[in-house]
Design a protein around this ligand. Structure first.
Ligand SMILES: *Cc1c(COP(=O)(O)O)cnc(C)c1O
Length: 406
């Protein structure tokens, strides 16, 4: 492999040296034949693991018929997927795109256009939360509000008012004559696996109703079974008006969607928004195949059960290794370990034991196994985690001893 300095890739990612050749379920195999237990799942994307036979069959079958026609024509597989998403959620209508950021862009535009279409064009601002992550386009970095993603990219897109996580009084104070709604991840992923308390979600809904605002949820990471519920907002019993979905819904095929009530979407008429690739037959075939599995009776129960087991086992790990990991967070299979030493060091130690995880904000390591993970695989992951933490402790002890000897 060429050295990073000579790479033709734009160096925007800090990549590990690992390169994988194939995957089977929760396992990834490198080009050298080493096997890794994948608790990163492509950052919560491979909901059904790798090479799931039903997804492989759906994609290959569609690939032999038709790949792309554009949205100039009807796409029956897309109409079917939209209807199934509508039947399974609060929504009445669906817009398909190719990524999470695009699903957010569509959600933001839809919210603004709703007020424009209803005689209140001045209402275009969305209230967002500290620690949020909504994508990397110009509008979504403005919505996320993180300085490290905004810096150097010119004026921030107007129209986002950020308040502290979980601060209801601050939300209320931020509501003004230009406010269109509230945009929130029911469970912050990149921000450090922080669940929004269900009572807070319900208060947001009440505030939105009282002020005639739209509640927009970003379920790009938390949706499609990740929390053991089809969508994370269901945990609070709150019904949003608009929802962005991506990651897990394509099982690894690029697919995003914006779901909305007919009322919220009333400004979105022919020509006001679009996408060339969005809803293409390959993506629709895979999306339908993902839903075939996720909506099967018992599937979400399994994810919920495995999530509970993982959390219990991780709580035991925290008890035994408090000097390195201090807290278990999350819901279902969107879990995190808060670290007392740099989270990158912990993830690297896990990787050295053959376990893949992902970093997150607030010094957290995320564990995001495929939703098909088994009890035995969770046991293997815990064994690897124990070994990694023991090694870190040993190395820290050695370093201390060396320091004392000097
Ligand atoms: C990953 C993510 C996005 C952005 O998705 P992309 O597909 O990378 O554009 C947006 N919101 C949340 C909550 C995410 O986790």
């Amino acid at each position: 492999m060429s050295s990073p300095a000579a790479s033709p890739l734009l160096p925007v990612f800090a990549r590990s040296e690992l390169a994988f050749e194939r995957g089977e379920g929760c396992w990834l195999v490198t080009t050298d034949g080493d096997r890794y237990l994948d608790f990163a799942a492509g950052v919560a994307v491979n909901a059904l693991g790798h090479s799931h036979p039903h997804l492989v069959a759906a994609l290959t079958e569609q690939a032999q018929k038709l790949w792309h026609v554009s949205n100039l024509y009807r796409i029956p597989e897309g109409e079917r997927l939209a209807q199934r998403l509508v039947d399974a959620s609060f929504a009445d209508v669906v817009f398909f795109c190719n990524s999470g950021a695009e699903a957010l862009e569509a959600s933001i535009k839809l919210a603004r256009k709703h007020f424009h279409a209803n005689g209140q064009p001045e209402r275009y601002r969305l209230i967002t939360f500290e620690g949020a992550f909504h994508g990397r386009t110009l509008a979504t970095i403005a919505a996320g509000g993180q300085a490290k993603y905004l810096e150097g990219f010119g004026p921030k897109v107007e129209g986002f008012d950020q308040v502290p996580f979980g601060d209801l009084a601050a939300v209320e104070a931020a509501i003004g004559p230009e406010t269109a709604g509230v945009l929130i991840e029911p469970l912050q992923g990149e921000g450090g696996v922080r669940l929004v308390p269900p009572a807070f979600m319900r208060s947001l809904r009440e505030l939105c109703d009282r002020h005639g605002l739209l509640l927009v949820v970003d379920e790009v990471q938390s949706g499609v079974g990740r929390t053991g519920h089809l969508f994370a907002h269901e945990i609070s019993g709150v019904t949003p008006d608009v929802m962005a979905v991506a990651k897990g819904i394509g099982g690894g095929f690029p697919l995003g969607a914006c779901l909305a009530t007919r009322d919220a979407a009333d400004g979105m008429t022919a020509g006001v928004h679009g996408s060339t690739f969005g809803g293409n037959p390959l993506a629709m075939a895979v999306g339908n195949a993902v839903l075939d599995v996720v909506l099967e009776p018992g599937f979400l129960d399994h994810a919920r059960r495995m999530g509970l087991l993982l959390k219990q086992r991780l709580a035991g790990v925290v008890d035994a290794h408090r000097s390195i990991v201090t807290e278990v967070r999350g819901e279902g299979l969107l879990t995190g370990l808060r670290c007392a030493i740099p989270n990158g060091d912990v993830a690297a130690a896990f990787r050295a034991e053959g376990l893949l995880t992902v970093g997150a904000g607030d010094n957290v390591v995320r564990l995001l196994p495929p939703l098909i993970v088994t009890e035995a695989e969770i046991g293997e992951a815990i064994a690897k985690i124990e070994r990694a933490l023991d090694r870190i402790k040993r190395d820290m002890g050695l370093a201390l001893a060396r320091g004392a000897a000097e």
